[in-house]
Design a protein around this ligand. Structure first.
Ligand code: AHM
Ligand code: MG
Length: 356
C-alpha cells in the first residue's frame, strides 16, 4: 500500500537462533540444529491444526464429498492407508508423530519424553547425541473440537557427560533445562522461548513468509494484576489455604478493595500466554482428589516455570517450593502449580505460610 512502512530487517527465529549461537564461542551448533527441528515441528503442527478446523467445518455443513477428500489427504499424508476417513488419525496422534519425527531426524536428541508416549523414546541410532527433550505435543487437546487454542510445550535438557541414555537421565530439576517454551495455535501461532539465564522472547508465525517473526522481544510479566485463572469446579477438593486464598481474591476484606477477574480457558498454553502478557496468576493446585496435582512436571510445569521466572514472575508447587527445583520421581510425574506475577504468587505463598 502507498506509504506503508516495510520492515526490511525482520528478525526471524532462524536469524535469532544464529545470533544466539554466535554469542557462545564454545557452541558446536548442535543446539541450534535441535531448535530448527523444534521450529519445524511447531510449523507443521500448526498447519495440521488449521486444516483440521477445515474438516470440522466440512463435517458440520455435511459436505460429505469434501469431507472425505480432506480426511483422506490428512491421513494419507500422515501415513495411513485408510481411505474412508473412519479411523482418521486424531490430531494429538498426528502432533505427537510430527514432533517425534522432527526430534529423531535432527540427530541431536538422545531421549524424548512425550505426554502421548508411556515410555521414554530412546534414539539408539544417535548414541552420542547430547540432548534430551520433553514435550506435550498438543496441550489442551480436550478443547480441540471447539476450536479453542491449544499448543505445544517443550523443555530441552543437556545430558551429563557419561549419561547412560536411559529414562532416569531425565529425572532432573527444571534448573537443569537449557531451554524451554511453548507455542499457542490461536488466531495466529505464537511461540514463546527462553534459554537458561536468558530473556523470554515471543515470535508470531507469519503464514505468508512461513517464518516465526520476533514480535515480543524481552517479555516481562507485570508485577501484579487482578486476574486469577483456576478450575473452580475443583474447589470442593481444595485444601484450606487454597480456599482461603481464592476467597480472598473474590471477597476482598480491605476497605474499597475490588474483587479479581476470573479467566479460565482450560488450555494451559492459552491461560499461561494471557497471564504472561497481562499478569495475574494461573493455578492448578494439588487437592484432596489429586494429591499430586494434574499437570506434569517435565513437559508442563517445569518449562512454564522457567518461562515465568525468566520473564520476572514466579512459579511454585503446592508445597510452596520453587517449581524449578522440583525433581520428578518418574517421567510422567505430576505437581500442583501456581505461576504468574511476582506479587500474586507471593500472596499465595503468604497465605500458605500462615497455615503451616
Ligand atoms: P492435556 O495435556 O491432556 O491437554 O491436559 C492438560 C490441560 C491443561 O492444558 C489445562 O491447564 C488443564 O489440563 C485443564 O484441566 P481441567 O479441565 O481439569 O481444568
Ligand atoms: Mg497437557
Amino acid at each position: 500500500a502507498v506509504g506503508e512502512a516495510i520492515n526490511t530487517d525482520i528478525i526471524t527465529l532462524t536469524r535469532f537462533l544464529t545470533e544466539e549461537q554466535t554469542k557462545h564461542k564454545e557452541a558446536t551448533g548442535d543446539f541450534t540444529l535441535l531448535c530448527h527441528a523444534l521450529q519445524f515441528a511447531f510449523k507443521s503442527i500448526s498447519y495440521y491444526i488449521r486444516r483440521a478446523t477445515l474438516i470440522n467445518v466440512c463435517q458440520t455443513s455435511q459436505i460429505i464429498r469434501v469431507k472425505r477428500l480432506t480426511v483422506f489427504q490428512l491421513t494419507g499424508l500422515a501415513g495411513s492407508s485408510n481411505t474412508t476417513g473412519d479411523d482418521q488419525k486424531k490430531l494429538d496422534v498426528i502432533g505427537n508423530d510430527l514432533f517425534i519425527s522432527a526430534m529423531r531426524s535432527c540427530g541431536r536428541v538422545r531421549l524424548l519424553v512425550s505426554e502421548e508416549e508411556e515410555e521414554c523414546i530412546i534414539f539408539d541410532e544417535f548414541p552420542t547425541a547430547r540432548y534430551a527433550v520433553a514435550c506435550d505435543p498438543i496441550d489442551g487437546s480436550s478443547n480441540l473440537d471447539a476450536g479453542v487454542s491449544v499448543g505445544t510445550i517443550f523443555s530441552v535438557y543437556k545430558l551429563e557427560e557419561g549419561a547412560k541414555g536411559t529414562k532416569e537421565d531425565l529425572l532432573l530439576p527444571g534448573t537443569e533445562m537449557v531451554a524451554s517454551g511453548f507455542t499457542m495455535y490461536g488466531a495466529s501461532a505464537q511461540l514463546v522461548i527462553t534459554m537458561k539465564g536468558g530473556s523470554v522472547n515471543g515470535f508470531t508465525l507469519d503464514n505468508n513468509f512461513g517464518e516465526f517473526i520476533l514480535t515480543h522481544p524481552n517479555m516481562r510479566i507485570p508485577k501484579k494484576r487482578a486476574i486469577y485463572s483456576v478450575n473452580e469446579g475443583n474447589s470442593l477438593y481444595w485444601e484450606e489455604p487454597v480456599k482461603e486464598y481464592i476467597n480472598g481474591l473474590k471477597f476482598p476484606t480491605e476497605e474499597g478493595g475490588k474483587p479479581y477477574s476470573a479467566r479460565y480457558i482450560g488450555s494451559m498454553v492459552a491461560d499461561a500466554y494471557r497471564t504472561l502478557l497481562y499478569g495475574g496468576i494461573f493455578a492448578y493446585p494439588a487437592d484432596k482428589k489429586s494429591p499430586k496435582g494434574k499437570l506434569r512436571i517435565l513437559y508442563e510445569c517445569a518449562p512454564m516455570a522457567m518461562v515465568f521466572e525468566n520473564a520476572g514472575g514466579l512459579a511454585v508447587n503446592s508445597k510452596m517450593e520453587r517449581m524449578m527445583e522440583v525433581v520428578p520421581e518418574h517421567i510422567h510425574d505430576r505437581s500442583g502449580i501456581f505461576l504468574g506475577s511476582e506479587q500474586e504468587v507471593q500472596r499465595v505463598i503468604d497465605v500458605h505460610k500462615k497455615h503451616q
